[in-house]
Design a protein around this ligand. Sequence first.
Ligand SMILES: Nc1nc2c(c(=O)[nH]1)N[C@H]1C(S)=C(S)[C@@H](COP(=O)(O)OP(=O)(O)OC[C@H]3O[C@@H](n4cnc5c(=O)[nH]c(N)nc54)[C@H](O)[C@@H]3O)O[C@H]1N2
Ligand SMILES: Nc1nc2c(c(=O)[nH]1)N[C@H]1C(S)=C(S)[C@@H](COP(=O)(O)OP(=O)(O)OC[C@H]3O[C@@H](n4cnc5c(=O)[nH]c(N)nc54)[C@H](O)[C@@H]3O)O[C@H]1N2
Ligand SMILES: [Mo]
Length: 893
Amino acid sequence: MIRIEVDGTGIDVPEGASLLAAVRAAGIDLPALCHDDRVSPAGSCRACLVRADGKIAAACVTPAASGARVEAASDDLRILRREAVEVIVSALPSRALTADIPSELSHVCRSLGIGPEVAHRAGGRGGDESHPYVHLDRDLCIACGRCVRMCAEVQGTFALTLVGRGADTVVAPGTGGPWAESDCVACGGCVDTCPTGAITEPGPGRGLTSASPAAETRTRTTCGYCGVGCSLEVATQGGEVTAVLPARDGPVNRGHACVKGRFAHGFLTSPERLTRPLLRRDGRLEPVGWDEALGHVARGLHAAVAAGGPDAVAAISSARATNEENYLVQKFMRVVIGTNNVDNCSRLCHSPSAAGLTASFGLSGGTDSFDDVERADCLLVVGANPVEAHPVVGARLLQCVLRGARLVVADPRAVGLALHADVHLRPRPGTNVALFHGLAHVLLAEGLVDEEFLRDRATGLPELTELLADYPPQRVADITGVSAEHLMDAARLYGRAERPAIVYGLGVTEHLHGTDGVRSLANLAILRGAVGTDRGYGVNPLRGQNNVQGASDMGALPDLLPGYGKVTDPAARARAEEVWGVPVRERPGLRIPQMFAAARAGGLGALWVIGEDVCATDPDANRVAEALETCPLTVCSELFLSETARRADVVLPVASWLEKDGTFVNFDRRFQRVRPAVAPPREIRTDFEVVHAVAAAMGVDLGCPTPAAALAECGWVAPVFGGVSHDRLDREGAVPWPCPDPGLPGETKLYRARFATADGKAHLAAAPYLPPGEQPDDDYPLVLVTGRRWAHYNSGSMTRRGGNLQLDPVDFLDMHPDDAARYGLRDGEQAVVESRHGRARLVARIGEETVPGQVFCSFHFPASGVNRLTSDHADTVTSCPEYKVTAVRVAAP
Ligand SMILES: Nc1nc2c(c(=O)[nH]1)N[C@H]1C(S)=C(S)[C@@H](COP(=O)(O)OP(=O)(O)OC[C@H]3O[C@@H](n4cnc5c(=O)[nH]c(N)nc54)[C@H](O)[C@@H]3O)O[C@H]1N2
Ligand SMILES: Nc1nc2c(c(=O)[nH]1)N[C@H]1C(S)=C(S)[C@@H](COP(=O)(O)OP(=O)(O)OC[C@H]3O[C@@H](n4cnc5c(=O)[nH]c(N)nc54)[C@H](O)[C@@H]3O)O[C@H]1N2
Ligand SMILES: [Mo]
């Protein structure tokens, strides 16, 4: 800290702080129209003039020097500032100050005594209303460039620029045409920073920003889309959401957001929202009251248990729902039904991460916090497309690279980050294990390993060394298609870095040998001693759903209790039994695919699907539908009549993340609060209430009546969460686990002292490369990879009901021009895709993001039928589906 004097008062500020920050820290409301703390200072508007050691200076661009004497409040300075702002305002039409936009400019003018009469430009420069979420009013633009800097320095999209000269300078998309056709990814950064209302969100949230004074109610919560865990401020009026704003002090997002969290809340009031329970009668779903629906479910569950025993009932819990809801679902299954048949969509996603990381290091989460990952000097991003799937993290990674970190991307496709990579490895889908062994081979061969770490803190080196002899670069090139030269370049970048970090996604896990992939990737960090030390930032899965980490942490898994105690471990069972007062079954329950198999075989009497559209998002969807149709009772808790709800016998309408109370755990293991910003429509209940109500209808009181009580109870079963509570989170914001003690902080970085394995060591794995489950042949000559697009979320049930649909209207099939020519497909036209399992209809998009022989599509529109194509091949260890490799053929319809 350094000390300076502001208007005679001493004030301490951090080294490197600007005078603006210092003056504001002294409690003085100094205007700064071209400044936003989130971006670099510009010093162009002159609204923040102060006197520093006798000289007039723009406070935003002047660093605070130790001992400086700053004058800010004197009348002459006020006059200088007013004149500067008057010059700016005189180039605007009067509505800049009279329109009811709560802009920063109106606030500054009020504080400086500038009235609307100063603004006398005629206007008429027009606007751009082509985009669903971002509207531009050119007359109100003061060319401060804040939006341009947000887009470049925070989001990294570089979509905006300033055009024109002098007083006619205005912001415009760099591509020249309408906003909707620009590179804008609707993160909302420009909307949030614009000080004048030139760039606004249309509708009731017009002009609201994270800095504008809140006339309406604001509720702080955590985003319910992906696992990044952005802190959001939800503005509401009259019980409706008017805008969702990024929280400036959000620990992960730091005042940033993405097109989903920021704008995709239209689903809340969609006319298609379920508003009443539905019950199937004579083949048709009909609205009924809650008592009737709950009575039917309770009788059906009793009947299933009576006929087939407790293991004839299964539940899929929701990674979209809160920790407390997931805790309650697994407790219901274990206590009321008496089975371990409970699972969550982690099965389809990062179950190989949980298994692989536990085997390598001892715990199932990522090894380091994202704040640390950002300090890496070399990033290895593998099978992840964070620019689209975790945009706020993608933006932070990109800024890291723009600041000089080296980047290796391993992805068959030219994903966003690959364009900035030092080396882009493009392995054939399904060949990761060989690729990682190739990298490890080079690390060993070139002595780029940490021998001391390997000696003291790791096991398995002899076995791995022997295996790696079979993976010289040339052989790896033959298997993966990655040249030996690229492989060596990548290994040297990772091997020579001082603080490397690995970040990875589903391109590693959703494979026949996904767990081997995770373990072979973890080998690299172990070889480098870059985990559990200060010499790197470990291995970090970009977990998918908002609360997939939490759903698993809470024990919504067939083999694991809350906190990852094994159901087969008597000590873990005893702890749960003591809290719950009933015996816990020792036998692990069914995994999701086993539930469907059991249902098809007639072995399941009831299946309760909570917040997962299994008929759209699970693989080999025709067979999933068959399972649901065979099962005597299927219950579905949903917001919408999803593909799954459509086939259920009872549909229970539930609340969404914006309507409920609880917590989520994000991808770097932070517990954060979820708070209701609005009440759900009248008859809708939360998943928490519904689980309690079903238990009550079966004559059981589940205890823990509130979400806060449920989390507290979970802490008794699972001591690793014992230090986390709603009260504490309300006080502190975010708390990472492990956190056994309410008086101590949680652990952001794991394994400093020892690994959590039985012997305290990191375990190298020596798994040989084995080919993927599907191979192309003459009938099915192409490899289909499926994954995500930026504007939609999984089944699309929420993002298809609002403006995002305008941004991305269909599931596209990306293909290389050579393949398009070979199979007679044209850009923008229908394509029929067939696999050995089913058929889908997509729209062809021809480009060079994919290489010849590979095609890529998303699965955000159930109607396109993408998961009828995918197979039931699954990770041999965890049953995670092989979504990333399907042999297909394509043709014009
Ligand atoms: N916009 C948006 N964001 C989302 C979601 C969404 O649906 N939409 N879903 C959320 C969820 S649930 C999840 S799990 C995450 C997923 O986030 P990601 O894991 O980033 O998502 P994907 O696009 O499925 O797959 C990542 C990449 O793996 C690559 N890949 C495929 N096969 C291989 C391979 O064999 N080797 C390598 N090295 N790479 C391969 C693909 O080309 C793809 O670019 O995103 C979350 N965020
Ligand atoms: N082809 C292909 N398929 C895939 C993947 C892939 O890469 N390729 N990825 C897989 C992955 S990683 C995942 S995670 C799955 C995701 O698949 P799903 O979990 O099925 O997808 P979502 O659309 O996120 O959510 C499911 C449903 O939950 C509902 N919902 C939202 N919030 C709540 C809530 O609070 N309570 C309840 N009860 N319901 C709620 C939504 O309306 C939606 O219908 O998809 C998998 N499917
Ligand atoms: Mo996921």
